[in-house]
Design a protein around this ligand. Structure first.
Ligand code: 8X3
Length: 250
């Protein structure tokens, strides 16, 4: 049984990971900004006998994150798996027209938030010579697509940070995985288009998108792989998607 910390655990891929790791028999530390949703998932999992601890904070808030992690109850302080899932896309405007506030939110969450959690949790893993960091990257990090500019850059950063960390812990038993999903139907596009649901629905029109569960399955596979196997990077696309910009709709 592993202790798994998942950021952004109240919805989407994070929520799917929470349920899949719970079914696997792991104990969970779930973090998110939305305390109401977090309580709901906590109740759902506890009713099934899962050992769950919830922490409400925004990964962009370095102080709050530090306080939460440094004050973990002793029995929760040895984290085996960190799933750096919290992240978002905002806007799809050309780079010369995009919103600076949106860019800052993406950079602060997708890059700096991931770094904060990594910096807080990985030292304990190094000390114990044991652990696994699963970063949720994206196909968007492989190549830019129209309007993706800053979001794609943040996910390219997730790849570089995963690769960098993997080098830095290669002398330990710690594993680093970068999962790169393509089109996954979650709240992702609603958030990207600031609540414009019809625009969001168009993203998944004419194609069967991936689900959060599809990605969580791969995360769990990586976590359950034998200790000598490091699933370094996985690109997971919908069947009719060939890259971030090549999507065949029927
Ligand atoms: C999500 C995948 O292609 O919508 O990161 O950017 S994509």
């Amino acid at each position: 049984m592993k202790t798994v910390l998942i950021t952004g655990a109240s919805s989407g891929i994070g929520l799917s990971c929470a349920r899949k790791f719970a079914e696997n028999g792991d104990r969970l530390i779930l973090t998110a900004r939305n305390s109401q949703k977090l309580t709901q998932i906590e109740e759902e999992l506890k009713a099934k006998g899962v050992d769950v601890l919830t922490l409400v904070f925004d990964v962009r808030d370095r102080e709050a994150a530090t306080l939460a992690i440094e004050n973990l109850p002793k029995e929760w302080s040895e984290i085996d798996v960190l799933v750096n899932n919290a992240g978002l896309a905002l806007g799809l405007e050309p780079e010369y027209e995009g919103c600076l506030d949106d860019w800052e939110t993406m950079i602060d969450t997708n890059i700096k938030g991931l770094l904060t959690m990594t910096r807080l949790i990985v030292p304990g893993m190094v000390e114990r010579d044991c652990g696994h960091i699963i970063n949720i990257g994206s196909v968007a990090g492989d190549a830019a697509y129209a309007g993706g500019n800053v979001y794609c850059a943040t996910k390219a950063a997730v790849k570089a940070l995963s690769d960098g960390l993997r080098i830095d812990v290669a002398n330990t038993s710690i594993r680093v995985t970068n999962l790169k999903p393509g089109l996954v139907e979650t709240n992702f596009s609603n958030i990207r288009f600031h609540g414009d649901t019809s625009r969001a629905a168009n993203v998944y029109k004419g194609i069967t998108p991936l689900t959060g569960d599809d990605i969580a399955d791969v995360a769990l596979f990586a976590s359950n792989a034998p200790a000598h196997v490091q699933i370094a990077e996985v690109l997971i696309l919908a069947t009719h998607q060939a890259s971030g910009s090549v999507i065949v709709r029927k």
